[in-house]
Design a protein around this ligand. Sequence first.
Ligand SMILES: Cc1cc2nc3c(=O)[nH]c(=O)nc-3n(C[C@H](O)[C@H](O)[C@H](O)COP(=O)(O)OP(=O)(O)OC[C@H]3O[C@@H](n4cnc5c(N)ncnc54)[C@H](O)[C@@H]3O)c2cc1C
Length: 560
Amino acid sequence: ALYTEPRQLPRHTYDYVIVGAGNAGNVIASRLSEDPRTSILVLEAGVRASWRAWFLSWYQHSRPICDQTACPPFGNETEHLLDTPYDWNYTVTPQKGLNGRTFPYNRGKILGGSSSVNYMVHQYGSSEDYDKIAEITGDAGWNWDNVKRNIGKHEKIVPPADGHDTTGQYIPANHGTNGMLSVSLPGSSQLIDSRVIATTRELSEEFPFNEDMGAGISATTYLAAAINRPNVHVLLNAHVTKLLRTGTIQGVPSFRSVEFAGKPGAPSIIVTARREIVLSAGSIGTPQILLLSGIGARDELEALGIPVVVENPSVGKNLSDHVLVPNIFRVKDGESLDALFRDPALFKAALDEWMETKRGVLASSMLNHMGYFRLPSTSSIFSTISDPASGPKASHWELIVTNFYINPKPGHIPPETGSYLGLVSALISPTSRGSVTLASADPFAHPLIDPNYLTTPFDIFAMRETVRAVKRFAAAEAWKDYIIAPFGNFSSDVDADLDAYIRDQASTVYHMVGTASMSPRGAEWGVVDPDLKVKGAEGIRIVDASVLPFPPNAHTQGPV
Ligand SMILES: Cc1cc2nc3c(=O)[nH]c(=O)nc-3n(C[C@H](O)[C@H](O)[C@H](O)COP(=O)(O)OP(=O)(O)OC[C@H]3O[C@@H](n4cnc5c(N)ncnc54)[C@H](O)[C@@H]3O)c2cc1C
């Protein structure tokens, strides 16, 4: 059952209380509720919104000039995601690696969490990511051989929306056919697809074709499957303010109660978990709730007058993220999707087509091609720094091909004319680490989010090399009659010029992880043990992106 007000809750005690109906929380609710004797309450600060919210979010995101008048004239204006109640509207602190810039950091405040507002890229990463987690935590349960068994349980490959022949586009044996989440290939082709494929043949050494990639929204899959079970209650508009210590079990503080409120100043309500509290509030929400509950660094908590219940300086630290630069090229007219995104009437027509037939250009997430690549092993940086990739086959960077102008830099005004190609490059194995810390003891105040982007020699070196690699990709014969010129300050090959371009242009792929990292049982660092139970406490488990010790070789919803 889905409730929107606390007074509707039939009771206040459940076996499990899950905080956050997002990417992870919905999976946990679904799996736990398979046993009809187990009762589950999911508390979600956000509300419910339709698929339109996603499209509008995306549209606004790629067209920052789109305001209430310039945006497509469809839908309910309240469904715009950015700067609305559907997004947490976070902002990162001024980034010293990015010339002191700051920018919004999106997170879905909505049923489905960030999985309801994302670009629907669905991947799992390198087998070496999981083997490395197993190695870091000392728990073989995390190795790839074990993790991949769950993919079969998780996903269901379905034909693409346009019904095209998918032979040679993915490897069926790598995928599940009976799982909960429908995944597919892009459901509409784009005119530049053949150029991308031709480049992988022409430059096969540096950019080899990889046959396999894999979209999903947790609210319409896992939660939809669970919400009609009588043992699952989901309460929206429930902002969790802290977890309460309820006693001591085996010498450590135990937590069984969760406090929440509908809005600032509203009365607090307490619910109880007989068995466990599962924190699935994401890489920002989870450390914030831990800190508000007195689980964190002593000095930070005492400075805000929060009583220390479990001293753990790792809470909120180790934040890492995939940082990107857009690398845009001006191209000949006729193949790009710029006209579609520039013209609200065309976009509305495409949306109407998708609404009526589930086909057309919007039947794909628009990102038809991406690839993961390594820096050459001879790169000079490896003489001073050991390779941070998860393993010898894992990647350092990702190339995302956009058949339209994209520049997520806030305040950036896209050109009003012309056609563009984006060869976006993202750093997959960053070594910079940042933090989420409390700005105030007020649970409704945003925490300080500092990803600390591009602050290590490796990260700026690798980013610079990705821009050079992108230029080699764009120089392939396959683009000769299409690309006109780079559009942006990355033509120079001088290190300092490229660094200036990167520091001026970089922003995020929104893949923040690591703020409640796993570590070996008994380790002096880390927030959860390999079984995801909070160290030094009893009764709390964390299941979301925050437990990943490092960003995987993938967009993060699949791994989560
Ligand atoms: C714009 C954008 C695009 C992205 N694109 C992709 C993509 O294409 N592919 C991909 O794989 N990944 C993508 N990601 C990343 C991916 O969506 C996230 O990594 C993933 O969904 C995180 O899952 P999670 O369960 O950790 O957190 P979330 O899914 O964010 O869930 C956390 C939930 O907890 C709730 N919550 C937080 N605090 C509280 C509180 N105090 N009380 C109650 N509830 C609370 C939130 O409202 C939310 O519903 C994108 C992310 C964004 C923002």
